[in-house]
Design a protein around this ligand. Structure first.
Ligand SMILES: NC(=O)c1ccc[n+]([C@@H]2O[C@H](COP(=O)([O-])OP(=O)(O)OC[C@H]3O[C@@H](n4cnc5c(N)ncnc54)[C@H](O)[C@@H]3O)[C@@H](O)[C@H]2O)c1
Length: 232
């Protein structure tokens, strides 16, 4: 089945981890996939694996995002996946956190999503069709005792953005949704789920492929758990 034939999908942070599974499944479903990453070599390797195009840029840099989208041409499907700061993921109680650390999470997980979504929506709304899928986290919708307040705050912000923008662009044929991932198989922290394994990149890809399809036209403004059944 090629549900995404004729569509172009851009996956941010697609050079490793979840982004690889997303790029793979979207490509298998017929999309022309553009693989973004901060690191050009990662983007190139995954693009070559899935038969797509690499496009390295920093999602936190609005000017770079706008330039890259202009180079990319039409983008029908945007997957905002970049989210783990490349310069480290310190876990710290908010009370003890250095304010200099805050922007590391907010710039990537909220501004990165805003930069790419704002840029992608221009063409999507003009053409009357588009899909924006933001990879968030259970940490963005529930409080957890794992010292990730800064990350959770930024992930919650991105969920809020999707819910509100969905109202603004529904009339233009564009849907906006967020996925709340549970602990995935590249995360050393082990969790217990009703489905007794960690999540895999392709689990995320399969849900993205559905949300990106014509069949998901009536699903918008939602936060969908891709979490092995974790109770939230
Ligand atoms: N892994 C998990 O357990 C888990 C759980 C919940 C949510 N998530 C979310 O899933 C998404 C993917 O996570 P992952 O585990 O695959 O991360 P990862 O660190 O394995 O891969 C992320 C990729 O994004 C790239 N990247 C980082 N900053 C970038 C930037 N500024 N511009 C462009 N690319 C950038 C990195 O170079 C890297 O290749 C993230 O949004 C993350 O918050 C992951």
């Amino acid at each position: 089945m090629s549900r995404l034939e004729g569509r172009t999908a851009l996956v941010t942070g697609g050079g490793q981890g979840m982004g690889v599974g997303i790029a793979e499944v979207l490509a298998e479903q017929g999309a022309d996939v553009i693989v973004n990453d901060l690191f050009p070599e990662r983007a190139a390797a995954v693009a070559s694996e899935v038969g797509g195009r690499p496009l390295a840029f920093d999602v936190t840099d609005l000017a770079a995002v706008q330039k890259a989208f202009a180079e990319a041409g039409t983008v029908d499907i945007l997957v905002n996946n970049a989210g783990i700061p490349a310069n480290g993921f310190p876990q710290v109680d908010f009370k003890d956190s250095d304010p200099d650390l805050w922007s590391r999470f907010v710039d990537l997980n909220l501004y990165g999503v805003m930069n790419c979504t704002h840029t992608a929506l221009q063409g999507m709304c003009e053409r009357g069709w588009g899909r924006v899928i933001t990879i968030s986290s259970e940490a963005g919708r529930v409080g957890l005792p794992i010292r990730v307040s800064l990350y959770g705050a930024a992930k919650a912000g991105a969920i809020g953005l999707m819910k509100h923008v969905a109202h603004e662009v529904g009339k233009d044929g564009v849907t906006c949704n967020a996925l709340a991932l549970g602990s995935m198989d590249n995360n050393p922290a082990r969790s217990t789920f009703p489905v007794p394994r960690q999540g895999r990149p392709r689990d995320v890809g399969e849900m993205c492929a559905f949300l990106a399809s014509d069949g998901a036209e009536w699903v918008t403004g939602q936060v969908i758990g891709v979490n092995g059944g974790a109770v939230t």
